[in-house]
Design a protein around this ligand. Structure first.
Ligand SMILES: [Zn+2]
Length: 244
């Protein structure tokens, strides 16, 4: 069974039935209040879709304290319908203003507290902010998945020592940072994702079924049979997100 641990069904332009089709389990990640509501709806309609509710770091900057509270409350109120808190984190690539970065950090701290409170794993965005994200995540008492991680070798090993998992996108071999992570992280700590509709490995809009490209390429670089990679990643997914 293929697994797309991180995508945004609500942002895809194609018909949703088409986006979610395939023999695949999908975790759709919310990015703001509206998006979180849609994610819950899709998880209710489609049996292969699971919900992660979150707040994209750049979206967080647009919100008043009251609106922020509303997002957090919504996540808490729906904790029994979700498998993770995501997409959340910090982004110093798009956000370069120090004051705004400070706000991102404050919001992320509150989100880590929230994940601890509701006891759900975190799916973390840390673009150009690996060091800071890892330092803030010391407070996390829940499992952590680093999405599209591009940290250096030391940071990757630090995260591995803490037991974190890493998602590699369907086009991971096209970007040096993603490729390095896929090479450094052992297969029992890797999860696959597409970040659909973004990061497509082929022409056109990305979709969850394209996660098979990541599996294929992982098989190549890890020198493991493709079917074994698929099985291992499904095991990793179960370990991370399914409470038995
Ligand atoms: Zn994303």
């Amino acid at each position: 069974m293929l697994v797309d641990t991180h995508c945004h069904i609500d942002l895809c332009k194609a018909a949703v039935q088409e986006v979610v089709s395939g023999d695949i389990i999908i975790i759709s990640n919310g990015t703001d209040l509206q998006s979180n509501k849609k994610v819950l709806e899709y998880a209710k309609i489609f049996p292969n879709v699971r919900a992660a509710l979150g707040l994209y770091p750049t979206e967080a900057l647009k919100l008043s304290p009251k609106a922020l509270k509303e997002v957090f409350q919504f996540i808490e109120d729906n904790k029994n319908k979700i498998v993770a808190v995501g997409e959340v984190g910090i982004d110093f690539y798009h956000i370069t203003d120090l004051k705004e970065q400070k706000k991102e950090i404050e919001v992320f701290k509150q989100i880590i507290d929230l994940a601890n409170k509701i006891n759900k794993p975190l799916i973390v965005h840390s673009r150009k902010a690996s060091e800071k994200a890892l330092s803030l995540l010391k407070k996390a008492k829940v499992p952590v998945v680093m999405h599209c991680f591009e940290g250096n070798s030391t940071q990757t090993h630090e995260a591995l020592e803490r037991g974190y998992y890493f998602t590699v996108p369907a086009n991971f071999w096209t970007r040096k940072g993603f490729k390095k992570t896929a090479q450094r992280v052992p297969i029992d700590k890797i999860l696959t994702e597409t970040d659909s509709p973004f990061l497509s490995p082929i022409e056109g809009e990305n979709k969850p079924a394209n996660v098979r490209y990541a599996v294929k390429k992982l098989a190549e670089i890890k020198q493991i049979h493709e079917s074994k990679v698929e099985t291992q990643i499904y095991q990793n997914f179960k370990k991370m997100f399914i409470k038995e």
